[in-house]
Design a binder for this molecule. Structure first.
Ligand code: UDP
Length: 329
C-alpha cells in the first residue's frame, strides 16, 4: 500500500483517480482549491482544501505525512481562455507546478505523475502522433504544459526526480457506477455537450466546421475513457515506484472518430434526436488529433478496456441521465 497525493482530486479525471486508488487499497490525500472541482466528487481519503502554490501548506503536509507519489491533475485547460488570459495559465499551470515541485524536492518526495496534453504537439504533421513528433503548441495552454515537461527533465538532472508525463488526448466517459462523472462549468467538451442536447438541457449541438480536411469534413479526435486514463496512471506510478526510469507517453487509443460520428453514436446510445447545427470553425482546433499509443502499450503494458466510443458514451450517458444538473456542490 502506498500513499498518494492527488492534486486536483476533486476534478473530472482526479476524482476518478482517487476512486481507483482507494479501490486498490492505497492511502489517498486530495489537495484541491475547489475552484473548479466538486467536493462531492471525492469519494474518500483525506481532503485538504488549499492551493497547490501554497508552499507553507505543502511543507506542513509533506512534513507530517509520508507521500510516495504525487499525481498532479490541477490545471486550467481551456484553449480559448488561455489565449485571452495567458498569464493566468502560466501562473496556475506552470508557476504553481514549479512551486509544488520545489516543496517535493525540499521534503524528499521524488515520484511525480504529470497530466500533460496532446496540445503540446500543436498542428501535427502526420497522425497517429508519436512522442518524438515536434512539440510546437499553438496556444498558451499547450505552452504552459510543455514548459512543465521541460522543467521535469531539468529536475531529474538536478535533483534525481523520477516522473511520468502523460499526454492526454480526449478524455471522456464516466465511472460505470454512475456515481462520479464530468461536470465542468462552463462545459466546452464535445461529448457532454452532445448529451446535454440529448437530455434537452440544450437545444442543439454546434458542429464547429464541416469543411476540414477529414473524411466527413468534421474534426477527428481520439477518445479515451477516463478509467483507462486512470489505469495508465497506476501503471506509471507502479513503474516509478519499482525503480523505473522517467518517461513521457501519449495517452490515447488510436481511435479516429469525427464530430459527426460522435453525434450519430450518441443518437443511438440515447435513443434521442440530437439537433446539430454547423457553425464556423473554433479557432485553434487542429483537424485531426490521434495518438500513437504504441509506447505506453509496450513500456507499461497499458490496454484500454473501453476501446470504442459507444461504450464510452454509454457510461457518460448514465452519469448525465442520473445527474442532469451535475454535482450539487
Ligand atoms: N466540438 C464541436 N462542438 C462543440 C464542442 C466541440 O464541434 O460544442 C468539436 C471541437 O471542434 C473538436 C472536437 O469537437 O473538434 C472535440 O472538442 P473538445 O472540446 O471536446 O476537445 P479538444 O479536442 O478541443 O480537446
Amino acid at each position: 500500500m502506498q500513499t498518494y497525493l492527488v492534486v486536483g482530486g476533486a476534478g473530472y479525471i482526479g476524482s476518478h483517480m482517487v476512486k481507483a486508488l482507494l479501490g486498490r487499497g492505497h492511502e489517498v490525500i486530495t489537495l484541491d482549491d475547489l475552484s473548479k472541482g466538486h467536493r462531492e466528487a471525492i469519494v474518500g481519503g483525506d481532503v485538504i482544501e488549499g492551493d497547490l502554490g501554497d508552499r507553507e501548506l505543502l511543507g506542513s503536509l509533506f512534513s507530517s505525512r509520508r507521500v510516495d507519489c504525487v499525481m498532479h491533475f490541477a490545471a486550467f485547460s481551456l484553449v480559448g481562455e488561455s489565449v485571452e488570459q495567458p498569464l493566468a495559465y502560466y501562473l496556475n499551470n506552470t508557476g504553481k507546478t514549479a512551486s509544488l515541485l520545489l516543496a517535493m524536492k525540499e521534503h524528499g518526495v521524488g515520484r511525480f505523475i504529470f497530466s500533460s496534453t496532446a496540445a503540446v504537439y500543436g498542428e501535427p504533421e502526420s497522425v497517429p502522433i508519436m512522442e518524438g513528433a515536434a512539440t510546437e503548441p499553438t496556444n498558451p495552454y499547450g505552452r504552459s504544459k510543455l514548459t512543465v515537461e521541460k522543467a521535469l527533465a531539468d529536475c531529474e538532472t538536478a535533483h534525481g526526480l523520477r516522473y511520468a508525463t502523460l499526454r492526454y488526448f480526449n478524455a471522456a466517459g464516466a465511472d460505470p457506477s454512475g456515481a462520479i462523472g464530468e461536470d465542468h462549468s462552463p462545459e466546452t467538451h464535445l461529448i457532454p455537450i452532445v448529451l446535454q442536447a440529448a437530455s434537452g438541457k440544450r437545444e442543439s449541438i454546434a458542429i464547429f466546421g464541416d469543411d476540414w480536411d477529414t473524411p466527413d469534413g468534421t474534426c477527428v479526435r481520439d477518445y479515451v475513457h477516463v478509467n483507462d486514463l486512470v489505469d495508465a496512471h497506476i501503471l506509471a506510478a507502479e513503474h516509478l515506484l519499482s525503480g523505473g526510469e522517467s518517461l513521457t507517453c501519449n495517452l490515447g487509443c488510436e481511435n479516429c472518430y469525427s464530430v459527426r460520428e460522435i453525434i450519430d453514436i450518441s443518437r443511438e446510445v440515447t435513443g434521442r434526436e440530437i439537433k446539430a447545427v454547423v457553425t464556423p470553425r473554433r479557432p485553434g482546433d487542429p483537424a485531426r488529433l490521434v495518438a500513437s499509443s504504441e509506447k505506453i502499450r509496450n513500456q507499461l503494458g497499458w490496454r484500454p478496456s473501453f476501446d470504442d466510443p459507444r461504450a464510452i458514451i454509454e457510461t457518460a450517458w448514465k452519469w448525465h441521465s442520473e445527474h442532469p444538473e451535475g454535482y450539487s456542490s
